[in-house]
Design a protein around this ligand. Structure first.
Ligand code: PLP
Ligand code: ZN
Length: 422
């Protein structure tokens, strides 16, 4: 990891601060201001942080290379998280007639193939620092997988709360770790409300409730990587999936912090939020020009990982979109599937339904002219298609099954084979 700050491996965190009334709080497992009920956010001693491009060059390719801007003390146990591929999507550029398309793919993140590994790597470490012996989460699936895996590595007890009807693969990919997986008869919002009540009563670190201010900071590493991997020149547009609305705000915070410490000159990227049509509270608010969103009571979408009807950071996500000059879109289930297929066929990436939402939103934004084909755009893929196969099953043609004879093969491909003759 290289050298930590001189205060004995302590982070550069200054305090927690209420996003609304700006009241300062000590570093503790709390998440809401007791005066105005605003959310608390981590603040750093920016003036003390010295982080240069050459320092970064010498560090390992994982999220801890940005440790000065992350809120953990001492060294993490789970190292190889982050620094996922960011590449130019030439085939897509050709297909859509666009000048510059970039993809950042957290579908190959470690250990559980989604961007949630970033937030959980911070949250579980922080839970340990605060003296918790048990961690928990309210999840739409990916967070469940990540908490299960990382809590196991730390040897902590884990309670995983999910809507009972999630994709079977997502459930299995939590249960495999031998943790307590609890399916709740209700929507994600019911799961979250239940967890908030349990967190009041028991000494359990709910990563996205009482540890939330620290947890959400992990998402900044996705933004830091975008900046660094693009040689500190941000694209004109970035399209980001939204569920609770945290990731998009933290990518934005990452850019602002890089500017504060002198690693970025300007931040003039426009931020675009994507949600599925069947659960699009933030997108609807942005489109209507409203600051406040109306919660969706009964989400109905194949993109279950984004099905949060009452997003905790929805207000701030809409604000980032507005302030950056971006926009928001919400593709239908059909568009999500078609987007997943285009990505697979053109770039070899099998993204999850959330990626289909993001890419589907990008296609809509291109078609409506909100994103110009002559600009540069980055598409944020955050999960892996192998976890949401059920959503696609009925749209993928069945395979050809034949007897093991050359003649059968020739019969099956009569029209194609002439051009491959030796
Ligand atoms: C694959 C994937 N992408 C994006 C998100 C959205 O993250 P956020 O809740 O920070 O908006 C989630 C949330 O569960 C997710 O699972
Ligand atoms: Zn407050």
């Amino acid at each position: 990891m290289g050298k930590r700050n001189e205060k004995n491996g302590k982070s550069y965190v200054k305090c927690l601060r209420c996003r609304e009334c700006k009241r300062e709080y000590e570093i503790a497992p709390i998440h809401i201001c007791d005066v105005c009920f605003g959310p608390l956010e981590v603040e750093y001693e920016y003036e003390r942080i010295k982080l240069t491009k050459s320092m970064l060059k010498s560090r390992k390719p994982n999220m801890w290379r940005y440790r000065e801007l992350l809120p953990i003390d001492g060294d993490p146990v789970v190292y190889d998280v982050g620094f996922t591929p960011l590449f130019r999507a030439k085939n897509l550029e050709k297909y859509f007639g666009c000048k510059e398309i970039w993809i950042k793919n957290d579908g190959v993140n470690f250990p559980t193939l989604s961007f949630k590994d970033r937030v959980v790597a911070i949250a579980v470490k922080k839970a340990k620092e605060f003296g918790f012996n048990a961690v928990a989460c309210a999840s739409t699936g990916n967070l469940a997988n990540s908490v299960s895996a990382i809590a196991s590595i730390y040897g902590m007890k884990a309670f995983i709360f999910i809507p009972y009807d999630l994709e079977p693969t997502k459930i299995l990919a939590s249960s495999i770790y031998g943790v307590e997986v609890i399916g709740i008869k209700g929507s994600y919002d019911d799961v979250n409300r239940l967890c908030a009540e349990i967190a009041e009563k028991y000494k359990i670190a709910f990563v996205n409730i009482n540890i939330r201010p620290f947890y959400s900071e992990g998402s900044k590493s996705y933004g830091f990587e975008i900046a660094e991997q693009l040689s500190f020149k941000l694209p004109d547009h970035i399209v980001v999936p939204m569920a609770g609305g945290s990731l998009i705000t933290k990518i934005w915070k990452a850019f602002q912090e890089f500017k504060t410490i002198g690693l970025l000159k300007e931040v003039d990227t426009k931020m675009y939020g994507a949600q599925p049509e069947g659960c699009a509270p933030i997108v609807n608010a942005v489109k209507k020009g409203l600051a406040i969103f109306t919660p969706v009571k009964e989400p109905k979408t194949i993109a279950k990982s984004l099905a949060i009807g009452n997003p905790p950071d929805g207000y701030y996500a809409a604000k980032v979109i507005r302030e950056s000059g971006g926009w928001a879109e919400c593709p239908s289930d059909q568009e999500i599937i078609s987007a997943i297929k285009i990505l697979a066929e053109k770039e070899g990436i099998f993204t999850e339904t959330a990626g289909g939402v993001t890419f589907g939103a990008f296609i809509r934004l291109l078609e409506s002219g909100k994103i110009s084909k002559s600009d540069s755009v980055l598409i944020s893929l955050t999960g892996n298609g192998l976890k949401t196969q059920e959503a696609l099953a009925e749209y993928i043609p069945p395979i050809k099954i034949i007897e093991p004879y050359v003649e059968r093969f020739e019969e099956a491909f009569k029209n194609d084979l002439a051009k491959f003759k030796q």
